[in-house]
Structure formats: structure tokens, C-alpha cells
Write a protein that binds this ligand. Structure first.
Ligand SMILES: [Zn+2]
Length: 643
């Protein structure tokens, strides 16, 4: 711009030279010093009406102003960043920023040169003008501004380097390589900083150095050291007191490395740039777009070819808006997470999905063993709900074509395999359907390549148990003082016990399942005809006063001692589980249901209806469930011991 302005001045001067006649008082011995430099000019300064007049070119060359000539108005326009001075030839009035001021000496044309009053123009441009009569010297000193602060700041788009001055400043820029650095020179400025070096270490900006590059004329040099060559833009604030160098968010490439559970890719972008992630298929790939970012990597393609990725591709996807795109070409659908890592970039973790490759099952005498085979060690979880077990394998995919595997061996019905999405990941859920549940055991611990679950055959599974709810229909049995009938409570407990026995794998028969009359003489016959393995009768006791309470179990010794064994175990579990008074086991030869049955038979008396505490318990359905469970446990214990 300066050169252009100077050229303009020369053109103007040539144009004027033939038009305007000039007379002037020449004074050869005036020394002109501007900013400590003695100015030599082919047209020396003149004294006119006691004012020093200088060629206008000196103004443009030494005080950093642009000069324009408007011939129609015969007007000289002197322009700086914040001031416009208009002088009209031979007119004692000037305009500073359109404001009128009176001059004691106007601009003149002498010897075909446009001459302007130095003091007026110098002061209007912010310089001090001194006259030393003894040496006939005019001294013009343009005041230097101070560079008072240098800092950097993160912006959504990247990083800004901020240079603050005490007043309006100009700059000249220069980019140098090896090492890469951006240089800003501020003429007419002095360094006024405590710390001349600002360490940045972010977004490719290493540091900012500030120094007094020259004195008289003063030049401050600001050097921004960069990791790599990168684009930037420079903005000046309206008052020219701040210069801002903006560096866009840089993307320096991708580091790919092995992690404990898979791989990771670090997209090197030093700030938490905004990003978006898209998962695409056919072929499987993950696309990550970094917004407001500039691609500044050495390569745009990284061949990987491991078990997860073919390659990583990256490029400046668009400019304005600036988007850098990174594409991960997947070998197959992979589990991944994207998370920003402070100061480093964006980290993409790839966890390869584990594969469920095989499900085997084998029956042993007392159990069925299920084996879930995976390609890599997995964590797993086994849960039971009623007659169903589930094996969950997180971050895994099914690599078996069959969804339902029929087992049907009496211990396991079938295994159903399901692929379930969960929290952005996927898991395998194997639902093991059982005809009954007795117990299971997990053989190995996490993590393992073989999830082994043993499911045990119930010791009840080959037993037929006749459940006899005492009384019924016309025979209410005992009646409590408040009117509660034994037949209703025994039926309820019998039904609950029957359910538990069935769920536990036994076959059952209920002498009655409703409120009907079944003569007690025929009850043993039913069991005998069915060739039942156990006859189990449920009653509630009564006494003529309310002083007796507790549980007892009756049996008839018969040919074998099995009934007594069962009675003992049932009595034990009732006492343990129900916290009732232990009235022990009793041998009773005269009870038809115990005497006439050809299989082991017991009769449990679950409390005394005539005792208020026992009655209160028996009226609670939760207690009756607990009672049924206690009876079940006693029976189960017997068969477990028998096996
Ligand atoms: Zn009874």
C-alpha cells in the first residue's frame, strides 16, 4: 500500500507541475529529522510564513500515511488507520476526520511540488514536532505504541493468539519454514511485557516469542512457533489496539494402538472439537466428522488389516464449513465407543464382539452339562427365574445358525439363543428352559472361553408323591374358637406343597384339590393303586384348651423304617423354618392313612388351631407358603439322602 501511495503522489506531482505557478522562500540550511533519522529530500523543506513546509511525499514515507490527490477539489487527502486529513491548496481551512480546523499556513504548490505545513500534519498524525532555532532543525517524533500483552485463547474454531497494544498499531507478516513460524512485525512499537515467551503447546502452536526487533525506528517482533505449517487468519480490532491471529482446530492424523481389550484409534485434534459419529453398513464402517477443523496429517490412509479394521481413511471433507472426515473400514460389525481425551483428541475404542461359536450339552447320571464355547474369554452371568436359567454373555454375537437347541433329556427342555441390544452394545442371552428346577452349578469363573453350567437332576424326578389334604367337604376337621376350619387350611397348604413338588421335578397326585368329602378309608387305597412312592398327609391339630401349641409329625413304623426317617426330617425342617414349638415325631399305629398305605407315609400336624398364636400364624398366607416350603424341604432332604 505504501508503495502504491507513493506512486500516486509522484503521478500527482507530475500532473500538477505544469499547471500551478509557484514562488517560495527557499531555506537550504534546515535540517529535518523524523524519528531520529535525518531526511534527505530532492526537494528540501522551506520556510514559508515562519512555518516549515515539506513535500507531501515525506509525510507518506516517514509517518506511515497514505496520500491521495483529488484534482477537481485541488485537495490532498492524508489517510492513516484512524485519521483522514484533508488539505486544500491555498485554503486556510483543513478537515480532520471531517472536522474543520483553521490553519495559519495552507498547503501550497512550490516549484511544482505540493508542500504541506509540517507541524500541522505531523501533529495531526500523532507526532510531536520540535523546532530548534539554534541549529535550524525540525524534529518530528512519532510516538511509539507499546506491545503490552500477548496471550492465547481457545475458541470453538481453534486457537487465537491475541496481541494487545497501548494504542493503534500496524503489522507486517511473514511466514518462514524450517522451523515453521509466523512473524508479525509491529512498526513504531516497543515491547512492554513481563514475560517475553508464552508457551502454548496446543493445536500445533508451540510458543509465542516477543522481542524488540529494532530501535529507532522501533519495531516489535512477535514470532509464533508452529509444529507444522498451517493456515491462519489475522484480524485487527476496530480501534487497532488488538491483533488476533486465528488458527483453526487442527487434525494431525490418527494413532492406532493395541489396548487391553481390543484396539484404539486416537484422532489427534488437540481441542474438544465438535464431532459427529455415523455407523454405516455394506461395507461396515464408522464415519467420524470433526467440525471446524483443518486436515493437517502427513498421510490420508493408514492400512491396518488386523482383526477389526482394514484401514483408516481421513481427509478434509469440506471447506467452509470445514469438516475433517475420518473413516474406519471395519472387517465386521464391531463394538466401539468414542470419547474425547483432554488435550489429545478423540479416542475411538474398538472392542471386538466375542463370538458364541458352539453350544454343547451332555447328560450324566445326575445332571446335564451345558457348554457355551466362545472364541475369546468372556464375562458372563447366570440367573434363575422359576424353571428357567439365563446365561448372559455381554459384547458377544451368536455364530450358531440354530436359535433353539432342543435337549429334551428330562433335565433340560431346550436352549433358546437370543441376540439382545443393550446400552449401545449387544449381548447373547441363552434361555435354558427346564421341566423343573432342582439346582445348578457354574463350573468356571469369569472370564472364560467356556461357560459351563451343570443342571442337576432332581432326586424327586422319579417319585410319585400323593398329597393328602386332611378332611374336606362334610368333614371340617378341627375348628378354632373363632370358627376357622382345619379342612380349608390343609387344602391351601396341600396345594402349595403340590406346586413345589411339581416345580421340583416330582410327579404328584392330590387326594383332593377342592372342598370335597373323601372318606379317609379310601385315601390309602388310591395311593396303593397308583403305586405311589410317598403318601403325605397334612393336618392341623386341636386340643380342648388353648395351652398346647407347636408342630408334630406322625408316622406308622410298618415294614421298613423309611416313614420314620421322613417324619424326622419333615419335623426338623418345620421347626427350623417355622420357628414353631417342637412337639416331636409320634408313632401312630391306629391311623388308617398311615397304617393302610403300602408305601412310606407321614402325617404333618402344622400347629394347633386351638392355640391363638398358632391360629394367627396359620391364617397368614405367607406362613402357609413357608409351611409348604418346610414340608417340601423335608421331603427333598429325604430323597437327597436316599440317592
Ligand atoms: Zn385332622
Amino acid at each position: 500500500m505504501f508503495k502504491k501511495a507513493a506512486f500516486l503522489v509522484i503521478v500527482i506531482l507530475i500532473l500538477l507541475s505544469n499547471i500551478v505557478p509557484v514562488t517560495a522562500e527557499r531555506s537550504n540550511d534546515i535540517t529535518l529529522i523524523i524519528n531520529n533519522k535525518t531526511i534527505k529530500s530532492d526537494t528540501p523543506p522551506l520556510i514559508y510564513k515562519n512555518r516549515t513546509m515539506v513535500p507531501i511525499r515525506i509525510v507518506s514515507e516517514t509517518l506511515g500515511a497514505e496520500v491521495f490527490w483529488h484534482s477537481s477539489e485541488r485537495q490532498v487527502e492524508i489517510k492513516t488507520h484512524n485519521r483522514i486529513i484533508k488539505l486544500t491548496i491555498d485554503k486556510n481551512e483543513a478537515l480532520i476526520n471531517e472536522k474543520k480546523v483553521t490553519l495559519d499556513v495552507s498547503a501550497k504548490i512550490f516549484n511544482n511540488r505540493t508542500m504541506v505545513p509540517l507541524r500541522f500534519v505531523g501533529e495531526a498524525l500523532g507526532a510531536d514536532v520540535f523546532w530548534d532555532g539554534s541549529t535550524r532543525t525540525v524534529k518530528v517524533v512519532k510516538k511509539s505504541q507499546q506491545i503490552i500483552n500477548v496471550a492465547y485463547a481457545k475458541t470453538p474454531e481453534g486457537l487465537d493468539v491475541l496481541i494487545d497494544a497501548s494504542g493503534p498499531v500496524e503489522y507486517e507478516q511473514l511466514f518462514l519454514q524450517n522451523p515453521n513460524r509466523l512473524i508479525l512485525d509491529f512498526p513504531s512499537t516497543k515491547v512492554a511485557l513481563q514475560v517475553p515467551v508464552v508457551n502454548v503447546g496446543k493445536n500445533g502452536v508451540k510458543q509465542i516469542r516477543v522481542g524488540q526487533f529494532k530501535v529507532d525506528p522501533d519495531i516489535t517482533r512477535v514470532v509464533i512457533d508452529l509444529e507444522k505449517e498451517m493456515s491462519y487468519s489475522i484480524h485487527t480490532s476496530e480501534n487497532k489496539k488488538q491483533v488476533v491471529v486465528c488458527f483453526k482446530n487442527q487434525m494431525f492424523g490418527v494413532d492406532y494402538s493395541k489396548e487391553e481389550l481390543g484396539q484404539s484409534a486416537l484422532i489427534k485434534t488437540p481441542f474438544d472439537t465438535e464431532y459427529s459419529v455415523n455407523e454405516l453398513s455394506e461395507p461396515d464402517r464408522i464415519v467420524i466428522d470433526l467440525h471446524d477443523a483443518e486436515f493437517n496429517a502427513d498421510s490420508s490412509n493408514i492400512e491396518i488389516n488386523d482383526e477389526i479394521l482394514y484401514r483408516i481413511r481421513m481427509a478434509q471433507f469440506s471447506v467452509n464449513p470445514d469438516v475433517v472426515r475420518v473413516v474406519f473400514d471395519l472387517k465386521e460389525k464391531a463394538d466401539y465407543t468414542v470419547e474425547p481425551v483432554e488435550g489429545e483428541g478423540l479416542k475411538v475404542y474398538f472392542n471386538k464382539y466375542k463370538k458364541l461359536e458352539e453350544v454343547r450339552f451332555k447328560k450324566f447320571s445326575n445332571r446335564t452339562r451345558l457348554v457355551f464355547k466362545t472364541n475369546d474369554p468372556v464375562d458372563f452371568r447366570v440367573e434363575r427365574e422359576d424353571k428357567q436359567l439365563t446365561v448372559e454373555i455381554p459384547q458377544a454375537v451368536i455364530k450358531i445358525s440354530q436359535n433353539v437347541l432342543p435337549v429334551d433329556d428330562g433335565i433340560v427342555d431346550n436352549i433358546e439363543l437370543k441376540q439382545v441390544e443393550e446400552n449401545g452394545g449387544i449381548k447373547v442371552v441363552a434361555v435354558i428352559k427346564l421341566p423343573y428346577y432342582y439346582k445348578h452349578e457354574i463350573i468356571n469363573t469369569c472370564p472364560t472361553e467356556e461357560v459351563i453350567v451343570d443342571i442337576f437332576k432332581s432326586p424327586l424326578s422319579e417319585e410319585l408323591i400323593v398329597v393328602d389334604a386332611g378332611h374336606g367337604g362334610d368333614e371340617p376337621g378341627a375348628i378354632s374358637p373363632s370358627g376357622v376350619k382345619e379342612k380349608d387350611l390343609t387344602l391351601d397348604i396341600a396345594k402349595r406343597l403340590n406346586e413345589l413338588l411339581l416345580d421340583g421335578g416330582a410327579k404328584t397326585y392330590m387326594i383332593r384339590s377342592t372342598d370335597i368329602t373323601v372318606p379317609y378309608q379310601i385315601r390309602p387305597n388310591i395311593a396303593n393303586e397308583m403305586k405311589a412312592d410317598l403318601f403325605f398327609s397334612i393336618h392341623i391339630n386341636a386340643y380342648y384348651n388353648d395351652r398346647i401349641q407347636g408342630v408334630e409329625t406322625l408316622y406308622c413304623s410298618g415294614s421298613s423304617g423309611e416313614s420314620k426317617k421322613i417324619a424326622k426330617l419333615v419335623q426338623e425342617t418345620m421347626v427350623e423354618e417355622l420357628g414353631m414349638v417342637d412337639r416331636g415325631i409320634w408313632e401312630r399305629e391306629n391311623l388308617v392313612v398311615l397304617r393302610e398305605t403300602k408305601m412310606p407315609a407321614v402325617l404333618a400336624e402344622v400347629g394347633y388351631l386351638t392355640h391363638p398364636e398358632d391360629e394367627k400364624k396359620l391364617l397368614d398366607p405367607e406362613f402357609r407358603q413357608k409351611a409348604a416350603e418346610a414340608l417340601y424341604k423335608g421331603i427333598l432332604k429325604y430323597y437327597e439322602q436316599k440317592d
